[in-house]
Each structure stands twice: as structure tokens, then as C-alpha cells.
Design a protein. Structure first.
Length: 182
């Protein structure tokens, strides 16, 4: 089922990103992101480390929008260490609001996201083994700064459903760069 659901979800990312709510603005871009994910739960810290690499794809620009707009994005939070593995794939609908509606090349922004996450993990923490493949809800709150419409620097809090009593919530610091005009 995952072989059908995940590609279908990924195919909606560009289509949903094109559906903008609000006035037409200057060039909009989307591109890859790289984050360092800091889990807050001790179970994940014991199984992996306090820093996990995350990759994603989504909106990058934060050009002036007086009413905000809706976008979509996807992330891949993956860790592997001493036979332990974890993959979280959150697919999110995103509401974005720019805080600097003038023509400046630097725009602070805020984003709120909510969506569905695919969980695939098998790891030991202490004496207990955790293993599951499931879907669950997720969300995030992000504050960042966009530079020249192409580069975002941001901090984000990621909230996930608990699975098997494991807290997957965490903070991330990241950078994204726009490579596609949308």
C-alpha cells in the first residue's frame, strides 16, 4: 500500500503549491531543504543521537503577501545507527505569512503546517524494542527569514503523534534553496 500512497502524495505537492490564495506576487520558488532535527524524547535520543539529518522539498520564497497563502511540502527524517532505523515522512499543508510586506530583499516569515506522516521504525532503546509502520497526524510551527526570494534560514518545532509510547516531537534548524519557479 505504501508503494501506492507515497508516490500519490508526492505527486500532489507541485499541484497544490500552484494553488495560491491571495494576490499574484513576484516570482515564487520551491526547492530542497536540509535540516538538523533535534528530538526531545529520551527514547529517540538513546536509540540514535541528539541530532538527526532531515531532507525535504517545499516552498522557499516568502514574497510579500498581505493575506498569507497556502502551500504544501514534504520532509524525510531518517536515522540509522547500530541496527536501529527510523524514517518519518511528513506531508503537510502549509499556511505562510510574510511579516515584511514592502519591497525589501529580506523577508521574515512564519509558517504553520499540518498533515499526515508515514512512520517506519525499528529500534532498541534501553531494553525495549520499538517497531512499527503506520500513518499518523503531524504539524509544525516555523519562523524564518527569506533572503532574495531564493534562500530560507529557519527554526521549526515539529509535532508528531506518539507511536508505541515514543515521543517523536523535536526542534529543527534548517536551510532551503529555491531551484524551481512555480
Amino acid at each position: 500500500m505504501l508503494k501506492i500512497v507515497l508516490p500519490a502524495l508526492c505527486s500532489f505537492v507541485p499541484a497544490l503549491s500552484l494553488a495560491q490564495y491571495g494576490p499574484i506576487e513576484t516570482v515564487k520558488t520551491a526547492g530542497p531543504s536540509i535540516d538538523i532535527y533535534y528530538p526531545i524524547g529520551s527514547t529517540l535520543k538513546n536509540a540514535f543521537s541528539s541530532q538527526i539529518l532531515s531532507f525535504g522539498f517545499g516552498p522557499v520564497d516568502a514574497v510579500s503577501s498581505s493575506k498569507g497563502r497556502f502551500r504544501t511540502g514534504i520532509n524525510f527524517i531518517s536515522a540509522s545507527d547500530h541496527g536501529n532505523k527510523m524514517l518519518l515522512v511528513p506531508f503537510s499543508a502549509i499556511y505562510e505569512r510574510d511579516f515584511n510586506p514592502n519591497e525589501s530583499t529580506t523577508h521574515p516569515y512564519a509558517r504553520l503546517g499540518a498533515g499526515v506522516t508515514y512512520y517506519d521504525y525499528s529500534f532498541r532503546s534501553g531494553l525495549k524494542k520499538y517497531s512499527n509502520k503506520a500513518l499518523g497526524a503531524s504539524g509544525f510551527a516555523e519562523l524564518g527569514i527569506n533572503i532574495s526570494g531564493r534562500l530560507n534560514l529557519y527554526g521549526r518545532f515539529n509535532a508528531f503523534n506518539q507511536k508505541d509510547g515514543v515521543n517523536f516531537n523535536g526542534w529543527s534548524l534548517g536551510i532551503s534553496y529555491g531551484i524551481l519557479k512555480i
